[in-house]
Ligand binder design. Structure first.
Ligand SMILES: [Zn+2]
Length: 324
């Protein structure tokens, strides 16, 4: 719209009644969301814009496309925008992204998130995997000091799979056999007393020392004191790798024990399990193959580690996940 024409249109705004103002506001909302997301992308990228093909830092502006500035790399000559190489490249409906990020922060399941943001549920589902692609890599390098480890179980689920490798369970369902069986996915969680946490889906059924070697050993500081319950797998694992280890005998009613100046318990890791199960409940059964993503999502939100739309969105677009 040309400037004089806009002036005339704009001065007419004062004549609107309340329902009309409300309609104009509604009509501008997607545009406001778009402006906001574009500004945020620019802020995050401006500091260190690099060519996603050759990592060159020198580039110049090269037109616009899809509401984004394009750039041309001086070194390799390829063009890119601020989302090239990120999980959000070529994703549509930018004006709705920040609302969607807010839904992720609120741990909204797919359907409620879709309704809230105003997209199809397939879109909400696809977006979840794009926006949460980074969470699998977001884990501490090392657990140090006193490290509590314990496993928890979830009913194995083939939700969304076309072929089941076992008879179907009636809606939701529960395990046929009591106790720990191959019907359950085992989730190992280890947490040190500074709150650094790792998790792993170790497989179906009871935890083994070999699985601890695979999933816990690479993250465990060799000077750490490993604390577990009386499960023999931890003892075997600790003996094999000559780790400091203390066990609390929960089965015998022992919850907390003192050893020298150290208070031995697994209450931090058990509280983490409790938060995980409570958080998973509204999702009404999580497909086993997506479990690692959910664990990562949970860790991102744990104790408000990632708490704002801007913070979460910045992480999503800082995470380059493919070379073109
Ligand atoms: Zn380049």
């Amino acid at each position: 719209m040309k400037a004089p024409q806009f002036q005339k249109w704009f001065s007419g705004l004062t004549l609107l009644n309340q329902p009309q103002r409300s309609r104009v506001q509604q009509a501008l909302l997607p545009a406001a969301g778009l402006d906001q997301v574009i500004a945020l992308i620019d802020t995050v990228r401006a500091a260190g814009r690099r060519c996603p093909s050759c990592d060159g830092a020198a580039c110049h502006r090269h037109g616009h496309a899809n509401n984004l500035q394009r750039y041309r790399c001086r070194a390799c000559g390829r063009t890119f925008n601020d989302l090239s190489g990120t999980p959000l490249a070529r994703l549509r409906l930018k004006g709705k992204w920040l609302d969607y990020v807010a839904a992720l922060l609120d741990s909204a399941p797919v359907r409620p998130a879709a309704e809230r943001v105003g997209v199809h549920r397939n879109t909400a589902f696809r977006w979840r995997h794009r926006f949460l692609h980074w969470v699998k890599l977001d884990r501490p390098q090392r657990l140090t000091g006193i490290v509590e480890a314990d496993e928890t179980f979830l009913l194995e689920s083939q939700k969304g799979s076309r072929k089941l490798d076992r008879p179907a369970r009636r809606r939701g369902g529960r395990a046929k056999r009591p106790g720990i069986s191959r019907e359950l996915d085992c989730i190992l969680v280890a947490r040190d007393r500074s709150g650094q946490t790792i998790d792993a889906v170790t497989g179906r059924g009871a935890l083994t020392a070999a699985q601890l070697t695979r999933h816990l050993l690479p993250k465990l500081d060799r000077q750490a004191l490993l604390v577990s319950d009386a499960n023999a797998a931890y003892r075997a694992f600790a003996n094999k790798h000559r780790l400091n280890h203390q066990a609390v005998n929960l089965a015998a009613g022992e919850r907390v024990r003192r050893s020298m100046a150290v208070i031995i318990h697994v209450q931090n890791v058990n509280a983490y399990h409790a938060r995980l199960h409570q958080w998973l409940a509204p999702f009404r059964g999580v497909a086993s193959r997506y479990l690692p993503n959910y664990l990562g999502w949970r860790w991102a939100l744990d104790m408000g580690r990632i708490a704002t739309v801007e913070q979460l969105f910045s992480i999503v677009i800082s995470h380059i996940y493919m070379k073109r």
